[in-house]
Design a protein around this ligand. Structure first.
Ligand code: SAH
Length: 459
C-alpha cells in the first residue's frame, strides 16, 4: 500500500485550486461537500464555477504565493505540465499537500472515489491502478448502502454519549447492532426521524435491563489457506468475534477478515514444539469467555481433523461454557482438488483414510496392510519427517514401489507446489519441502495436470 487512507478534517481549512476548467469543477464538486474555505485561481474560469461564488472565492489570474497562506491542500488542475509544476512548487513551499490532477507520481495525495452517506463515507482507492474497477465497486456500494444509512448514523452519533451507560464491549456492540440492523431502519420507515430518537431511548432501556450475555466459543474452520475456501458462516463469525485465538497454519489473509477491534492471539505450535501450550490455550479461551466475549477459536483446515478439538471442547464443557463447531475444507480435499483427482472412486477405493504420521508417542502406528493395498487412497498429514518410516512400513506390508504418491505443499496458498512421486521416491521428495504438506498415497496428478518431478523440486 503506497497511499495510506485517512479522513482529513477540512472544517475551516483553506483549499486552493489552480485552474478553472472541467478538472477544477470535478474537484470542487467533492470539496463542496466539506466545510473548507475554497479559492479558485485561474485567468479563465468556467461559468459553472463562477456560479458557485460566493461559496467559493474566485481570483481571476494564475496562482501566486500570496494566495496560499495557510493552505492545507492545493490542487493543480490546469492540465499544462509547466504551470501545474509551478503551482505544485508554490503549494509545497507554503507547507500544503499537493495534488496534480492525473499525475500520481508528482502528487502528495490522491482523491479516492467516494460513496457518500454522510456521516458514513466510503472511500475507494486503487492507487491509480484501475479507475474502472473503482467505479464498479462504487456502483455496487451505492446499491447496497441504503440512503437512510446517513440519517441513522447521524442520529446514532448524537446518541453515543447516552449509549456509554452500557459497558464498552459486547453489550454496547449488541445495542448498536440491533439499532442499525433492525430497530433504526424500521422506526425511520414507520415514523420518520422523530421515531428513530424514541426507538433509541426504548432500545437503550431494554439493553440496560438485559442480563449480562454469557461468553461462548465458536470453533471455526479456516480452511487450507485461501480465504475463498472459507464457509460463509466462518466469515460471518470472524467478522463478529471479540477475540480470535488462531493456529500457526491460519494465513494472514484470513486474519485480515477479523473484526478490526478484535483481540487476535496466536497460539501457533510447531509440529514438534512443546505440547504444554494446550493448557495455556484452554486457559485463554476460558478467561475471555468468562468475561462475556465471543471467542473464535480459529483452526487451519477443518477444525475436527487433527486439531485437538476434543480436548478443547472438554475444557469448555468442564467450565460450562457453550460452544459450537463450524466445519470447513480440510487439507486433503484441497490437495485432491489441486491435482484434479477424486478422493474416492468407484471400483478403485471404497474407503478414504485420513492419517496422521505422528501421535503422542512418536511415529503413529497404522493399519499398514490396509494402506498398502492395491487402489488404497490415504491422505497423510504431518508426514514429511515420517516419510521414510511410512515408506518402510508400506513396502514391508506389500505395497508396490511404484505406488503413485503426490505431495501437495501449501495447498490453496501462494507458493502451492505439487510434486508427483512414487513410494520409492517419497522420502527424497518430502525432504525437499518446507511448508505444510499433505501426502496423498495412491493418487497421481490427473493426466495433463501440472506437477513437479523430484528433480524439479530439487532446484
Ligand atoms: N485441521 C487441519 C490439519 C491440521 S494438522 C486440516 O483439516 O487440514 C497440520 C497438517 O495439516 C500439516 O502438517 C499438513 O500436513 C496439513 N496441512 C494443513 N494445511 C495445509 C495446506 N494448506 N497444504 C498442505 N497441507 C496442509
Amino acid at each position: 500500500m503506497q497511499h495510506f487512507p485517512v479522513f482529513l478534517d477540512l472544517a475551516q481549512a483553506h483549499v486552493v485550486i489552480g485552474g478553472g476548467g472541467e478538472m477544477a469543477l470535478a474537484k470542487l464538486r467533492l470539496l463542496l461537500k466539506t466545510e473548507a474555505k475554497i479559492t479558485v485561481c485561474a485567468p479563465d474560469i468556467l461559468p459553472e464555477i463562477r456560479a458557485l461564488c460566493p461559496q467559493v472565492t474566485l481570483v481571476q489570474r494564475p496562482v501566486l504565493a500570496c494566495d496560499l497562506g495557510n493552505a492545507r491542500l492545493v490542487y493543480a488542475t490546469t492540465g499544462n505540465m509547466g504551470e501545474d509544476a509551478r503551482i505544485a512548487r508554490l503549494g509545497r513551499a507554503a507547507g500544503a499537500l499537493v495534488n496534480i490532477v492525473d499525475n500520481l507520481q508528482e502528487s502528495d495525495f490522491i482523491t479516492p472515489a467516494i460513496v457518500d452517506r454522510d456521516p458514513v463515507v466510503v472511500a475507494i482507492g486503487t492507487e491509480g491502478a484501475a479507475p474502472v474497477l473503482a467505479r464498479k465497486i462504487k456502483a455496487q456500494l451505492e446499491d447496497s448502502l441504503p440512503p437512510s444509512l446517513g440519517v441513522l448514523a447521524r442520529i446514532g452519533k448524537s446518541f453515543r454519549k447516552m449509549a456509554e451507560a452500557l459497558p464498552q464491549g459486547p453489550r454496547r456492540r449488541a445495542f448498536w447492532a440491533e439499532y442499525y440492523d433492525a430497530k433504526g431502519p424500521r422506526a425511520l420507515h414507520a415514523h420518520g426521524e422523530g421515531g428513530v430518537a424514541r426507538a433509541l431511548d426504548e432500545l437503550l432501556a431494554r439493553h440496560l435491563c438485559a442480563p449480562v450475555a454469557q461468553g461462548h466459543v465458536d470453533f471455526v474452520s479456516a480452511g487450507p489457506g485461501d480465504p475463498e475456501l472459507m464457509t460463509l458462516k466462518a466469515r460471518k463469525l470472524l467478522d463478529r468475534a471479540d477475540v480470535v485465538i488462531h493456529d500457526r497454519l491460519v494465513t494472514p489473509e484470513i486474519l485480515e477478515l477479523a473484526r478490526r477491534e478484535a483481540v487476535i492471539i496466536s497460539v501457533g505450535k510447531e509440529g514438534f514444539g512443546p505440547s504444554t501450550a494446550q493448557d495455556a490455550i484452554h486457559a485463554l479461551m476460558l478467561t475471555h469467555a468468562r468475561r462475556g466475549a465471543h471467542v473464535v477459536r480459529l483452526k487451519g483446515g477443518d477444525a475436527s481433523v487433527f486439531g485437538r478439538l476434543d480436548e478443547e471442547t472438554a475444557a469448555l464443557d468442564g467450565a460450562g461454557i457453550p460452544w459450537q463447531v463450524v466445519p470447513g475444507v480440510t487439507a486433503a480435499s484441497s490437495a485432491a482438488a489441486s491435482i484434479g483427482q477424486s478422493l474416492t472412486s468407484r471400483g478403485r477405493n471404497h474407503a478414504l483414510r485420513l492419517v496422521t504420521a505422528h501421535d503422542m508417542h512418536g511415529f503413529a502406528d497404522q493399519d499398514w496392510q490396509g494402506l498398502a493395498a492395491q487402489g488404497a487412497v490415504t491422505a497423510l498429514y504431518m508426514g514429511k519427517r515420517a516419510a521414510r518410516f511410512v515408506q518402510g512400513r508400506l513396502l514391508m506390508h506389500g505395497a508396490a514401489a511404484d505406488m503413485p504418491v503426490t505431495l501437495v505443499e501449501n495447498a490453496s496458498r501462494a507458493g502451492q507446489r505439487v510434486v508427483g512421486a512414487t513410494l520409492a521416491t517419497l522420502p527424497q521428495s518430502a525432504a525437499r519441502l518446507d511448508g505444510p504438506a499433505v501426502i496423498l498415497l495412491g493418487l497421481a496428478p490427473r493426466q495433463g495436470q501440472q506437477a513437479l518431478s523430484l528433480q524439479e523440486v530439487a532446484q
